[in-house]
Design a protein around this ligand. Structure first.
Ligand SMILES: Nc1ncnc2c1ncn2[C@@H]1O[C@H](COP(=O)(O)OP(=O)(O)O)[C@@H](O)[C@H]1O
Ligand SMILES: [Mg+2]
Length: 384
């Protein structure tokens, strides 16, 4: 088939040709935004899921829907080692400029700009070319207090303009613990005042626990939305609809084989779709086509997606990862991993924590450990 028509989009955050099985999640987000606009209590949301389930794609989609209905969004991705003020200031500045355009010469916005400049000064962030160092005594230098004050000021400006402000953060698990605590506290203030200001975050499953550790009330402040693999019907749609648009169909056993091999994980569905398109000579796509494409898909993943992640680990961390894969069932008990490594659990704990910190593993419940990358254990078993 013509590779130019290949509709599938394996990638990080790449919009899929068909966003299958996420209607309820999108509706919940849109409803929260609408409630917030109507001055009703609305909860901020945190999407939790493994790598490649489509969290970034959902955040982007919600961003687009919110913007299309006239709301204002600041979107960023957390990276390890980057402080929250540094991450936010530039985007908040842009957001204020856009809010300002809705209603000229707003005093409230001027005040908020002032706060933001002072915020940038106190926390040593540059906005464009300028590095602000002025302080007018409105802020304290304590992020816990200052972030909340700034959010409240922004929220009030949004309320005066009949719009909702939304902060979106991807990869929230990489936020520094104190920064995350300050963010939760600020959102707490905002929700007490019922301002039209929401937070939408996405990250790895350990995030719920991190939030709870940062602030005990975080559990009630946010809706945690689990983002999982697609069920059979949605996986089928994700594969079939884009092909049908190109007048290509699948034999039922071909479709079933792809869904079995990918276990319905969105990223893998795109990878398999892409390779089967490259492999098949004509429609309908057959089981034989899929079997050939599977070899290609696996080898592409092994030399790209999986290998990059494996190589980001230190030698000791790789040893831990190999032991985890060797246990034979996941999640594994930390003691089982330690046994394979021939060390005790106390000695293994720092390695386990490093893997979690790197976003490669998480603990689904006390004492248990598993990978955040689906099928990573299969990659390890195939290659090491
Ligand atoms: N609902 C969906 N249906 C089909 N493909 C999807 C869906 N959601 C995401 N994808 C695809 O999965 C891949 C991973 O999406 P991404 O948002 O980067 O995942 P995550 O942020 O959870 O790691 C992308 O190639 C994207 O096109
Ligand atoms: Mg992502």
């Amino acid at each position: 088939m013509n590779p130019i028509d290949n509709p599938y989009t394996p990638g990080a955050g790449t919009p899929p040709p068909e966003l299958a099985g996420r209607e309820a999640i999108l509706l919940q987000a849109v409803n929260a935004i609408q409630r917030s606009l109507n001055n009703k209590a609305a909860k901020s949301q945190i999407m939790l899921g493994l790598r490649g389930v489509g969290k970034t794609v959902l955040l982007n989609r919600i961003n687009q829907l919110a913007e299309d209905s006239g709301n204002h969004i600041a979107f960023f991705e957390a990276t390890p080692g980057q402080a929250l003020p540094e991450m936010m200031t530039q985007q908040l500045h842009r957001l204020l400029l856009k809010l300002d355009r809705r209603k000229k010469i707003g005093k409230d916005i001027q005040r908020t700009f002032g706060l933001l400049r002072e915020f940038a000064g106190i926390f040593k962030v540059k906005i464009g070319e300028f590095e602000f160092s002025l302080t007018s005594g409105n802020l304290t230098g304590d992020l816990n207090i200052d972030l909340a004050d700034m959010f409240v000021s922004i929220g009030e400006a949004a309320k005066n303009r009949n719009t909702v402000v939304i902060i979106m953060i991807d990869e929230v698990q990489y936020l520094d613990g104190n920064d995350f605590a300050a963010l939760i506290l600020a959102m707490h203030k905002i929700s007490q005042k019922q301002l039209p200001f929401l937070f939408f975050g996405a990250g790895l499953p350990q995030l719920a626990k991190l939030a709870g550790e940062a602030k005990s009330y975080a559990e009630r402040l946010f809706d945690y939305i689990p983002i999982d693999r697609l069920d059979y019907k949605s996986a089928q749609e994700a594969l079939e609809k884009p092909a049908l648009n190109e007048n290509v169909s699948f034999e039922p056993d071909a479709l079933k084989q792809i869904i079995d091999e990918t276990e319905g994980y969105p990223y893998f569905l795109q990878v398999w779709g892409y390779h089967v398109w490259e492999t098949a000579k004509a429609s309908p796509i057959s089981l034989n086509d899929v079997n050939k494409a599977s070899l290609r898909a696996v080898s592409a993943l092994d030399s790209g997606f999986f290998r990059i992640r494996y190589e980001r680990l230190t030698e000791r961390q790789q040893e831990y990862a190999r032991a985890l894969a060797m246990v034979g069932h996941l999640p594994a008990n930390s003691t089982e991993v330690a046994e394979i490594l021939k060390i005790n659990v106390r000695q293994a704990a720092p390695l386990r924590d490093e893997l979690i910190k790197k976003g490669m593993a998480y603990s689904p419940s006390r004492g248990l450990i598993t990978f955040t990358v689906p099928k990573f254990e299969e990659y390890i078993k195939r290659n090491y």
